[in-house]
Ligand binder design. Structure first.
Ligand SMILES: O=P(O)(O)OC[C@H]1O[C@H](OP(=O)(O)OP(=O)(O)O)[C@H](O)[C@@H]1O
Ligand code: HPA
Ligand SMILES: [Mg+2]
Length: 182
């Protein structure tokens, strides 16, 4: 039987390492937002696993909401066009919004979302990303919370996909070149 792990060339972050990184982020966010009206905004689908772990390591009261956007389609390069698939339910007025992303790569997705949500006049808005790939940035944007910097490789697992697959890997790794015809 074909296993997902057969397609992995190298594991970059183990399940244990990810848990450490995420709980550290959660502790910092809990401290920073203890007197605020925190709303965690998860950007689907990539942030689904990170969000579910991060929100459970935040110890202060918070609300959650979800927005689904896509720009990568089935490939490894951004299409350059960010498409909103599902918008938020909650009105942002009065909330201290923290946008929760899995990865900041070209920067296109987060800069688009930041502009869009800023226009809705939240009390404050900041960005949190598990992974930061600064080598690929084409748009000037920085996250306020970064779990870890990653090398210029296309990574999968822990919510991150290649062609909609590998999101359910509990660790993060890079694929064997033959998987994507490289
Ligand atoms: O900084 P960028 O170059 O914009 O890349 C980052 C974005 O790309 C991925 O989303 P994708 O469009 O693949 O949708 P998905 O989350 O549903 O996989 C990822 O989850 C981020 O949202
Ligand atoms: O490295 C990546 N992996 C998966 N999805 C992504 N979206 C932007 N960069 C990546
Ligand atoms: Mg994707």
């Amino acid at each position: 039987m074909h296993q997902m792990t057969d397609d992995i060339q190298e594991v970059l972050f183990s399940e244990e390492r990810l848990a450490e990184i995420v709980s550290k982020m959660g502790a910092k966010i809990s401290e920073d937002y203890k007197d605020k009206n925190l709303l965690l905004v998860s950007i689907l689908k990539g942030s689904v696993v990170f969000m579910s772990d991060l929100m459970r390591s935040v110890t202060t009261p918070c609300s959650i909401d979800f927005m689904a956007v896509s720009s990568y389609g089935s490939g490894m390069k951004t299409s350059g066009v960010v498409k909103i698939i599902k918008d938020l339910d909650i009105n942002l007025k009065g909330y201290d919004v923290l946008v929760v992303e899995d990865i900041l790569d070209s920067g296109l997705t987060l800069s688009y979302i930041l502009e869009l949500l800023q226009a809705r006049e939240p009390k404050s808005i900041r960005l949190c990303t598990l992974f930061d790939k600064p080598d690929r940035r084409t748009v000037g944007i920085k996250a306020d919370y970064v779990g870890t910097v990653v090398p210029d490789e296309f990574i999968v697992g822990y919510g991150l996909d290649y062609d909609e697959k590998y999101r359910n890997l509990p660790f993060v790794g890079i694929l064997k070149p033959e998987v994507y015809g490289g």
